[in-house]
Design a protein around this ligand. Sequence first.
Ligand code: SF4
Ligand code: SF4
Length: 182
Amino acid sequence: MVETFKDFGFAVKTAIKGMGITLKTFFEKPVTLQYPEERPEVDSRYRGIHFLEQEKCISCKVCALACPVDCIHIESELPEKGLYDWDRFDIDYGLCMFCELCCFPCPTNCIHMGKEFDFSRFSRMDLVRNMLTWEGVSPAQKKEVDGIAAEKAAKKAAAAEAKKKAAQDEPKDTQDEKKDGE
Ligand code: SF4
Ligand code: SF4
């Protein structure tokens, strides 16, 4: 009998305690987020999908060399000093383990771990992310590159014209020399 009363008392006590917690949280601000419409704030040191400051990147490929799983692929040309012609800067997130080892050795501090976290796809092929903001030369440098190309084309055209003129003048000189000889 005593045991029964003890059990009953314990049941009442735990029920009151549980209801107390329910009552307390009932008036608190809800913590549930309606994802994906509402997105959680991640920690400042969170290591998510990278972001690249392409305008600062010098295509040195140090990040790709530092990556332990070889998931960074960079292809670019350097047509003129300081001007990069970009073809490719991909990261394969099917391989990436978000270790951040690619970011530390970057000499211009232009590749960073971002805060984007939901990058799921149905195919592994779709996990390769193009990090480039633009392909080819940068929009800011395009004018400069076009100017250099135009200058080169003009020089080439002038050289071709001079060569053509020299070829036209040559028989005349030869004729003059022949006349002088007579
Ligand atoms: S290490 Fe930095 S500068 Fe070099 S290619 Fe990678 S992101 Fe660009
Ligand atoms: S975070 Fe690590 S695995 Fe991912 S690209 Fe950078 S070095 Fe490679």
